[in-house]
Design a protein around this ligand. Structure first.
Ligand code: KPL
Length: 298
């Protein structure tokens, strides 16, 4: 199976490096002309990736399209690729927040689509340098929860990703994992961006009541969406991730610093949207959306 990886971001480059190390065929695509990325792995080994291609190529069922882009980039990427994939080409979406599944259902209604979330650490230091900073599990599952054994295509996608990312877990229903990642991002990302702080500073006591309130709202929306959730457990996971990534700046913090569009609509915005559908009040999440949006419109 040939991996076709969109973009030269940290996670996509880490997947490509795994493919290069295990002699799995792969291509990297970048819309704008880009130099080859060098990935430094945890053993300090340097892996020079293939030079990105700037135009899509025709894909068939022996290819997989991997889309580790931001949620707001997915619609235009899938529209660009739609004429180039066949209905059997599997597509893997990996992004913070939610919304990609709906976009894929609309643009590629007949393709096998998978949703994944990873806890692997990878940082892009410069335009063409990525460092893998930590191992972490990648969770993956189909866009519609499965019943029964894995299909051949699911086995192939899982096996290709396992070669590249090692610790990959298949879920018959991926949505609880996606919601749990969302609930962590919904706290750490906006609070670090708004306060211009690294993740660990969220543990200094000053943010405790805000963290509790955001998690209470998110847990209520999760339960109303059929995902078991307990606010106290969410708070404790948020604190664990903030402690484990204490020195890091969140991706939303970095987006704000570099004047890039943030993922606020796919993270807290998604919670607000689902809350509205279920008639749940989520004033803290709504305020975060407003504040981060106005921060980036200045
Ligand atoms: O996923 C992250 C992000 O920055 O987007 C966390 C888990 C918050 C780590 O920084």
């Amino acid at each position: 199976m040939t991996l076709n990886i969109l973009g030269t971001g940290a996670i996509g480059s880490a997947i490509a490096a795994g493919a290069a190390k295990h002699n799995i065929p792969y291509r990297v695509f970048s819309r704008s002309p880009a130099a080859a990325v060098t990935v430094i792995d945890q053993q300090d080994q340097q892996i020079m990736l293939n030079t990105p291609l700037s135009q899509p190529v025709k894909l068939d069922s022996s290819d997989v399209l991997i889309v580790p882009l931001k949620a707001h980039q997915i619609a235009s990427a899938l529209q660009q690729w739609q004429p180039f994939v066949c209905v059997h080409t599997p597509v893997v979406l990996m992004h913070n927040g939610m919304g990609g599944a709906e976009t894929a259902r609309h643009t590629l209604p007949d393709n096998p689509v998978f949703l994944a979330t990873t806890r692997m650490g990878a940082l892009k230091h410069s335009e063409n340098h990525v460092r893998i900073t930590g191992r972490g599990t990648t969770d993956i599952g189909s866009i519609s929860p499965d019943i029964g054994p894995l299909t051949a295509i699911q086995e192939q996608v899982l096996s290709s990703l396992r070669h590249c990312l090692q610790d990959v877990v298949w879920h018959a229903d991926i949505y609880p994992s996606l919601w749990h990642k969302l609930s962590i991002n919904a706290v750490i990302n906006p609070l670090t961006a708004l306060n211009d702080i690294p993740n660990g500073t969220l543990l200094n006591g000053r943010f405790d009541s805000q963290i509790d309130e955001i998690c209470h709202e998110t847990a209520a929306v999760m339960r109303a969406s059929g995902i078991p959730a307990d606010a106290k457990a969410l708070v404790s996971r948020v604190r664990d991730v903030a402690a484990a990534t204490a020195a890091n700046y969140s991706s939303m913090h970095q987006d704000v610093v570099h004047h890039r569009q943030t993922e606020i609509d796919a993270i807290n915005g998604y919670i607000v949207l689902q809350a509205k559908k279920k008639g749940i009040a989520v004033p803290h999440n709504a305020l975060l959306v407003e504040q981060v949006t106005s921060l980036t419109q200045r």
